[in-house]
Design a protein around this ligand. Structure first.
Ligand code: NAD
Ligand code: LMR
Length: 338
């Protein structure tokens, strides 16, 4: 029986042969926090992704069990598990994409910012690992509060001398997924036909759906606009309350994370026209980070798109969003430079 390490070595040979023949060799992906509520379904969906040849599952608990379980799936990706900080370096070495859902989730009554004290330190440690072991990897950061953890990661990478803004992406795809679903309900359409840009950040009023830019072009009454904006901004809280203390969105988040990771991998492969919303370093507003649509390519977020025309309701929402975002970004930066 081959060990997972031997299987990974033979997969490396297959990759090299494939590359030599001009084919797509598949990518190496690590999930940090892989045994968690998001991590497990995310790991399963990435194991099913044909663009992934090697999947590293890292956590501080239970990663061997999750790895053994997923390794029996008859899909192409070779899975290896890594447990505890002494294995972080091996988990990260050689990775093309690192997805980070490690950290504590909210309980009813909490804001995402209430997670800062615990999750800031977790993200710092993991990003130090990335800077050391795979400084050229694309990072998809899921851990909350995203509006602060992305600036934390940027500061860690700056300190290590490895920062490339194009490669650091805060995952806001769940806001777009929710917006598509709720807008489709109101319009009576299939959600797969709907695309709603959601800009700003990933918490409360910083989540700003641009209903004036919905595709297909649609108009909404003031009541519909108010209802949809509130529902999209509070989608996370809706799930936290329904789970009543058992955590926050995990399954829809794993779906959203895979949608985004798959887009990043298609960009890395060189596919044209891959556009998703993400929270990135930005010059679209006066803030150093902001979520907008970005074009994903071989080097990450290669183009950050402007906001486009906003209506009065959205311009008002944008001012509120920027006010809160400024504080969250500053809090993340200060955490590293204190
Ligand atoms: P969870 O508690 O179920 O899982 C978190 C996992 O992280 C656990 O397995 C835990 O062992 C692991 N972990 C803790 N410290 C670690 C460390 N130092 N290194 C590696 N792994 C570590 O939580 P969850 O429901 O999976 O949520 C994870 C995070 O994702 C939370 O912060 C949550 O708020 C956030 N989240 C973000 C979005 C988004 O849209 N960006 C959506 C949903 C949840
Ligand atoms: C979400 O939007 O579901 C996540 O950010 C988790 C949360 O705390 O709401």
């Amino acid at each position: 029986q081959l060990s997972n390490l031997q299987m990974e070595e033979s997969s490396a040979l297959r990759r090299a042969e494939c590359r030599a023949k001009g084919g797509s060799p598949g990518f190496k992906v690590a999930i940090l926090g892989a045994a968690g509520g998001i991590g497990q379904p995310l790991a399963m969906l990435m194991k099913m992704n044909p663009l992934v040849s090697v999947l590293h599952l890292y956590d501080v608990v239970n990663s061997p069990g999750v790895t053994a379980d997923l390794s029996h799936m008859d899909t192409g990706a070779v899975v290896r598990g890594f447990l505890g900080q002494q294995q972080l370096e091996s988990a990260l070495t050689g990775m093309d994409l690192v997805i980070i859902p490690a950290g504590v989730p909210r309980k009813p009554g909490m804001t995402r910012d209430d997670l800062f004290n615990i999750n800031a330190g977790i993200v710092k440690t993991l990003c130090e690992g990335v800077a050391k072991s795979c400084p050229n990897a694309i990072v998809n950061l899921i851990s909350n509060p995203v509006n602060s953890t992305v600036p934390i990661a940027a500061e860690v990478f700056k300190k290590a001398g490895t920062y490339d803004p194009k490669r650091l992406l805060g995952v806001t795809t769940l806001d777009v997924v929710r917006a598509n679903t709720f807008v489709a309900e109101v319009l009576g359409l299939d959600p797969r036909e709907v695309n709603v840009p959601v800009v700003g950040g990933h918490a409360g009023v910083t989540i700003l759906p641009l209903l004036s830019q919905v595709k297909p072009p649609s108009s909404f009454t003031p009541e519909e606009t108010e209802y949809l904006t509130n529902r999209i901004q509070n989608g996370g809280t809706e799930v936290v309350e329904a789970k009543a203390g058992a955590g926050s969105a995990t399954l829809s988040m794993a779906y959203a994370a895979v949608k985004f990771a798959d887009a990043c991998l298609r960009g890395l492969r060189g596919d044209a026209g891959i556009v998703e919303c993400a929270f990135v370093a930005s010059q679209v507003t006066e803030l150093p980070f902001f979520a907008t649509e970005v074009r994903l390519g071989r080097t990450g977020a290669e183009e950050v798109f402007q906001l486009g025309p906003l209506n009065e309701y959205e311009r008002f929402g944008l001012e509120k969003a920027k006010k809160e975002l400024a504080g969250s970004i500053q809090k993340g930066v200060a955490f590293i430079n204190k």
